[in-house]
Ligand binder design. Structure first.
Ligand SMILES: *Cc1c(COP(=O)(O)O)cnc(C)c1O
Length: 487
């Protein structure tokens, strides 16, 4: 029998190009500081350089790699650059990238325990490890009534938490009959926008998501929350869910979880705690105060894909009562029925999130934890916090600058004292230089710059250089700017 015709990459080619790809990535990291951190591409520029039609015949892998360098890299913002201080980090590491590769190589779908037992059991195990590593409440462990699951993002975790809170508040009737327009959810004015999106998706409605006011440090005011709940109850509404944040996106504010938790207990509301970036800090005992009150939460999430050296996507989502989550999301069509599920002895993660199919994401987390060890992870998290704290001190000591909010961990919100316009120009000038990337926010109605330290390879010299450039750019603007434009 002659061999069947095939266009597949041979095993020999895969070995060769696979090695070349890994080499390419290693080279990329070695020269990453030579690229402008923020892509300087114009809208449409990258597409214009691509062929209008797909190739009819297959092409060489070498050609593709060459095109990556020539056509794609100019349109890449270098998130893994040590000079990336924008938004929040999305840090990656060698063990995480290799874990991701292995996951792609195995190519399993872990929707049910039965569709790949290791995919489920490694995930359960690593998420239990993380409860110990972050010293989270024991109720989030799988040997209690709760447990953890990897979600794609914190956005999905918030949505699942909101859905479970909605169902619990209506004795699972909303799932059957739909929402009645009376359900109300609560978050602060500083809560991540994903909660607003979740309120839309969950049928709560944006108008029924109350934005609770914050104090002078941008943390939710528990008194205002309690009053709003009373107002809503008096109006015949059904309060169901509160989202508290540990480390808000805008300024790293930490909501008073304990006080909020007591209110939720009293009122029977689901409390979700969103610690997307800052949760990672709890690896270090000295930062665990950020989680004070977490024992009162119904659910919690943090993103190893932000600050724990695990490439996107990887959000760890924990619930205290897995039955509530599963009852909210469970579906069992005939084609998914199997013995293991029916025995009740296994976890089927498809009932813990929105989608059915799931990747083997625990591998990269497992590799990261084993490569660094708890001590290695702590070392780098501590170092990031220390570098950010140094930066905050320089800002405080400098004449023309001020801190715009407390900087409890690795994010520093600051501004030039000369008003919004000079800060806007400062940001533009710095980012156009390509030497670093910062982003902004608005705090108390004032334009504010943010510097977040969390990239895997960011060291003291990078933060020192960033501060030097900020000062130089500010000096140029100060000298060139007429006084009357300063506010
Ligand atoms: C970044 C962030 C999110 C969104 O994270 P995704 O994983 O991208 O959905 C949610 N909440 C907070 C507090 C964040 O900082």
């Amino acid at each position: 029998m002659p061999e069947e015709q095939s266009f597949h990459m041979t095993s020999e080619e895969f070995r060769r190009y696979g090695r070349a790809m890994v080499d390419w990535i290693a080279d990329y990291y070695e020269r990453i500081e030579s690229f402008p951190v923020l892509s300087q591409a114009q809208p449409g520029q990258i597409r214009a350089s691509l062929p209008a039609q797909p190739p009819r015949q297959g092409e060489d892998f070498e050609t593709m790699l060459q095109d990556v360098a020539e056509l794609i890299l100019p349109g890449v913002t270098h998130w893994q650059s040590p000079n990336f201080f924008a938004f929040f980090p999305a840090n990656a590491s060698g063990p995480a990238i290799l874990g991701e590769l292995l996951s792609a190589g195995l190519g399993v779908q872990g929707m049910l325990w039965a569709t790949s037992p290791a995919c489920t059991e490694l995930e359960t195990h690593v998420l239990d490890w993380l409860v110990d590593m972050l010293d989270l409440p024991a109720k989030f462990k799988s040997d209690s009534a709760g447990g953890g699951v990897i979600q794609d993002t914190a956005s999905s975790a918030s949505l699942c938490a909101l859905l479970a809170g909605r169902e619990r508040a209506t004795s699972y009737a909303s799932n059957e009959r739909g929402c009645d327009g009376r359900l109300v959810a609560y978050a602060s004015t500083q809560t991540h926008s994903s909660v607003e999106k979740a309120a839309k998706i969950a049928g709560i409605g944006r108008q029924n998501l109350r934005a609770i006011e914050v104090d002078e440090h941008f943390a939710m005011k528990p008194g205002a929350l309690a009053r709003q709940i009373q107002t809503d109850r008096a109006a015949g509404m059904t309060p169901c869910f509160v989202c508290a944040t540990v480390g808000t996106t805008s300024s790293n504010a930490i909501d008073p979880v304990a006080e909020i938790g007591h209110i939720c207990r009293q009122e029977g509301l689901w409390l979700h705690v969103d610690a997307a970036m800052s949760g990672t800090a709890a690896l270090c005992p000295e930062f665990r105060h950020i989680h004070a009150g977490l024992e009162l939460a119904d659910s919690y999430c943090f993103n190893p894909h932000k600050w724990m050296f695990t490439n996107f996507d990887c959000d760890c989502f924990y619930v205290a009562d897995r039955a509530a989550l599963i009852q909210t999301l469970s579906i069992l069509p005939e084609y998914l029925r199997n013995k293991a599920t029916e025995s009740g002895a296994v976890i089927d993660y498809r009932d813990w999130h929105i989608q059915l199919g799931r990747r083997f994401r625990a591998l990269k987390l497992w590799f990261v934890i084993r490569h660094y060890g708890v001590e290695g992870l702590r070392h780098h998290v501590r170092r990031h916090v220390e570098l950010a704290q140094n930066f905050a001190r320089w800002v405080q000591q400098a004449d023309g600058f001020e801190l715009a909010a407390p900087a409890p961990l690795n994010l520093v919100c600051f501004r030039h004292v000369g008003g919004d316009e000079i800060n806007r120009q400062l940001l533009e000038r710095l980012n156009a230089s390509g030497n670093l990337y910062l982003t902004h926010t608005s705090l108390g109605g004032r334009y504010t710059l943010r510097l977040c330290v969390g990239q895997t390879h960011t060291q003291a010299r990078h933060v020192e250089e960033a501060w030097k450039q900020i000062q130089e750019a500010a000096a140029e603007l100060e000298s060139g700017m007429p006084k009357h434009l300063d506010n």
